[in-house]
Design a protein around this ligand. Structure first.
Ligand code: FES
Ligand code: MG
Length: 589
């Protein structure tokens, strides 16, 4: 390329992507380009570098985010891949969210991260982008932002952590965090032991090593066709992970064209494949909310997929992957058993093979080229269709007068399948404080047949819809050996948790029209997973009377400032993805 071409200010500005792209508005386009060149040279780039395709690399590393602790090495490997393919990599930050360090919840900030991602991809000159992330909310936020920005964007997850070891048994975040803490709470293990466990739960960098939300979203990203097959499961600390990073860099340079814009790669079929994988891996219920938000960012797909789509696909999709919390193993086992390559081969009859991928090939062609011999031994971890871990519908959508907008239950994670068809009297908690105060009270009027109902943890009620849906078993029942009860809320549950737990009840109790908001102690609640029902067994006139009474009591809503105010005014319900209404697809950007 002519090294002086970019100084030839008589040439039209928009002749190519890269550093001429989207010039900052000073009112004089040539001067804007001149300034941009001056400042990019301050970074030490020569004319040859500046003539290359620019690949932006989103760095979500942070001292607060051990799930992203390997991002610096991944950035190095991505840059190598970009440069080997002849591109110019330019790294930039967006905000970083870790599950344990984001208050009140990381979900409260997911939409902010998605806005940050979208706006930074749009604002800065780049031909394509690689989005590095991994912890639960990061991948969904990046997908939401990337689809809306609609510039070619390649997700690269940080990868799962390795399991640790305690007294000869493998342990890992975070299913074992919960099991062990519950054992400590019940007095089964002592303070020394729980401290030893604490040292081993998160033994390496990377995302939670079970089929929690992070692993689920990684698998879904592969199913959507946006990441190489081995990209979901290669451990964070493995050389395989670095090779995926290098490959992603190479792919990004090769894919700078309209064909690779997310809205062009992703179709309704891509999302149906993602939902099939979600059901087959026994994935996190959080992924239902995230996928709805992601779908609703895509103008051509929004509206054609609803909660009911998840249920329909679930009915024909068996659970094949034996990972905690539905099963017994860890993500590195899944990787060694062939990971997504093996799983997608198994699922082939259920997939839409014509869906496109970032390789430029269809999913079917990608699978045809992917070796199958390596996972011939993996029947334990990744079951054949004919011998599943759970026959179908690991995630079920419930409806009924208690949840007109729908609710979700991970039936495969129930610890007492009797409860999947159960009617019992409600024990109602108004919010998490009320729950904390009374759940272990020896005087609490509760039996193993009671239905624990927690209000006030929906998207608005407790901003960010906390993962408090795993209501603890009252201590006095736990001491008698009760391990599971039917539990219902408008909140979420960690993908690493299990139990008979109905989540995402909508409309949430904070809304005046909510039926969940008027459930009272002793009301009979019926859940029938087979029939897909969640019913408040109270006469409709009585429900209407209670709702009307509650509406008349609800006073003036306080209008808050800042992000919290924006959040409260804009967040939609779980079945729509708990996105901000103004970010969803309808309307020009
Ligand atoms: Fe980051 Fe679990 S805390 S993935
Ligand atoms: Mg989680």
């Amino acid at each position: 390329p002519d090294p002086l071409a970019d100084y030839d200010l008589s040439r039209p500005i928009d002749t190519r992507f890269g550093l001429r792209q989207g010039l900052t508005a000073y009112g004089d386009a040539h001067f804007s380009l001149f300034l941009r060149k001056a400042f990019i040279k301050a970074a030490g780039y020569g004319e040859d570098a500046l003539s290359r395709k620019v690949i932006g690399i989103i760095n979500t590393g942070s001292g607060y985010n051990p799930c992203h602790a390997n991002v610096p090495q991944l950035v190095d490997a991505v840059k190598r891949g970009v440069q080997l393919a002849g591109g110019l990599p330019i790294e930039f930050p967006t905000i970083s969210l870790h599950e344990s360090f984001a208050s009140p919840t990381s979900m409260y900030l997911r939409n902010l991260l998605s806005m940050d991602t979208e706006e930074m991809i749009m604002a800065q000159p780049m031909d394509a982008c690689i989005a590095i992330g991994g912890c639960d909310k990061t991948v969904p936020a990046q997908l939401m932002g990337a689809i809306s920005a609609n510039r070619p964007t390649f997700p690269l997850v940080t990868g799962p952590m390795m399991p640790g070891s305690h007294r000869g048994k493998r342990i890992g975040a975070c299913t074992d965090c919960r099991n062990n803490f519950a054992a400590y709470r019940a007095g089964v293990i002592d303070i020394e032991e729980i401290a030893a466990v604490n040292n081993e739960l998160v033994p390496t960098a990377g995302t939670c090593g079970v089929m929690g939300t992070a692993s689920t979203m990684a698998c879904i990203t592969v199913a959507l066709g946006l990441m190489p097959l081995e990209g979901a499961s290669a451990p964070a600390v493995s050389s395989a992970r670095l090779r995926v990073a290098e490959e992603t860099g190479r792919l990004a340079v090769a894919s700078v064209s309209d064909q690779y814009r997310p809205q062009n790669i992703l179709s309704r079929e891509s999302f149906l494949n993602a939902i099939t994988v979600l059901q087959a891996i026994g994935g996190s219920t959080n992924a239902v909310v995230h996928l709805m938000a992601i779908v609703n960012r895509h103008p051509a797909v929004a509206g054609s997929i609803t909660l009911d789509t998840f249920d329909e696909i679930g009915r024909k999709t068996p659970l094949l992957v034996d990972l905690k919390p539905s099963g017994d193993n860890y993500m590195n086992d899944f990787h060694n058993a062939g990971g997504m390559t093996a799983l997608l081969h198994r699922l082939r009859p259920l997939l839409h093979l014509s869906a496109l991928t970032i390789t430029g090939q269809t999913l079917g062609a990608v699978l045809d080229n992917a070796p199958t011999h390596e996972f011939a031994f993996s029947r334990e971890i990744i079951r054949p269709l004919a011998d599943p871990l759970y026959p179908a519908s690991s995630i079920v959508v419930l409806r009924g007068n208690l949840t007109p907008g729908g609710a979700v239950i991970k039936a495969s994670a129930s610890k007492d399948p009797r409860l999947l068809k159960h009617t019992g009297p409600a024990v109602v908690f108004a919010n998490t404080e009320d729950l904390a105060l009374r759940i272990d009270d020896p005087a609490l009027d509760v039996t193993p047949d009671s239905v624990l109902v927690l209000q006030g943890i929906g998207p608005i009620g407790h901003p960010g819809m906390p993962e408090a849906g795993l209501i603890p078993i009252p201590r006095k029942l736990g001491a008698r050996g009760v391990q599971d009860m039917l539990r219902i809320s408008d909140g979420r549950m960690s993908g690493t948790a299990g139990g008979t737990i109905v989540l995402h009840v909508s409309p949430e109790s904070a809304l005046p029209e909510s039926v969940l908001g008027v459930v009272r102690d002793g009301d009979l609640v019926r859940c029938d997973v087979e029939e897909r029902l969640l019913v408040l067994e109270v006469p409709e006139e009585e429900i209407a009377r209670r709702v009307a009474e509650r509406k008349s009591r609800s006073g003036q809503v306080v209008k808050r400032r800042g992000y919290r105010g924006l959040y409260e005014r804009s967040v939609n319900q779980a079945e729509d993805g708990a996105d901000f209404d103004f970010l969803a697809a309808a309307g020009p950007p």
